[in-house]
Write a protein that binds this ligand. Structure first.
Ligand SMILES: Cc1cc2nc3c(=O)[nH]c(=O)nc-3n(C[C@H](O)[C@H](O)[C@H](O)COP(=O)(O)O)c2cc1C
Length: 218
């Protein structure tokens, strides 16, 4: 593959929030996951799990759980100006991406214990240097970085196959309900929802110039 071809593939992927009413073959979704699991991941522990859902009733149940929790959340006075813009009173109605998605890939992470972090947390209580190191380790969140690498790869592969996807964490206030609904095994955390389908929209997005986001340190 030429570099330009790869760049085009990466740059033409857009987040899709509206899908055609056309099923996505299971084989395509499985093939995409099979490729995505070659993403880099912490210690090659492969602590990720993918749940493929093609039953629209189950997808609707997930969407309903998210909406129900959103409603509860938005009834709290603290949320008056703090919720996502689409949820605020007076904002234009927005079509829920899950309402048209014919498929949904739920990505979960298995959180394995990290003895080094646990030991560091203990020492950080009294030792400022250990506290600094502990704070550094907090941003690592290897489980989150590994699943993110897989999600990005998954989305790119599906895009190459003509499918649209959305990286969705917005509904994770309903994480507990979603996990219960989908019977996600204990010890796993749902980290990302990826609705998948043939796009019914062609959104345009821009990026800041590379000079604004990248610096060469000499
Ligand atoms: C961690 C993460 C969480 C996201 N969560 C949502 C979400 O909940 N709902 C949504 O509509 N888009 C979500 N997005 C998509 C971003 O809004 C989108 O990637 C960004 O606007 C750039 O647009 P593009 O993907 O079309 O280039 C998320 C993206 C990332 C990486």
């Amino acid at each position: 593959m030429e570099t330009a071809e790869l760049a085009t593939l990466i740059k033409t992927r857009r987040s899709i929030r509206l899908f055609q009413d056309k099923p996505v073959p299971e084989a395509i979704l499985l093939e995409a996951v099979e490729t995505a699991i070659w993403a880099p991941n912490g210690g090659n522990a492969q602590n990720w799990r993918f749940f493929i859902i093609r039953d629209k009733k189950i997808i609707k149940n997930v969407a309903d759980a998210i909406q129900a929790d959103m409603k509860t959340m938005m009834s709290w006075p603290e949320m008056a100006n703090a919720g996502p813009p689409a949820s605020r009173p007076g904002s234009p109605p927005r079509v829920d991406p899950l309402s048209t998605a014919p498929a949904l890939i739920v990505v979960a992470a298995i959180r394995s214990p990290n003895p080094m972090v646990d030991a560091m947390a203990k020492r950080a209580k009294t030792d400022p240097k250990a506290r600094q190191m502990f704070e550094g380790l907090q941003v690592v969140a290897g489980w989150a970085q590994s699943t993110s690498a897989a999600v990005a790869t998954l989305m790119l592969v599906l895009h190459q196959k003509g499918l649209g996807t959305l990286w969705m964490t917005g509904g994770l206030h309903a994480k507990a309900d979603i996990e219960k609904l989908l019977k996600i095994p204990v010890g796993m955390d749902v980290v990302t929802l990826v609705p998948v389908g043939y796009p019914a929209e062609s959104p345009i997005k821009d990026r800041k110039p590379v000079s604004e986001v990248c610096q060469i340190i000499k």
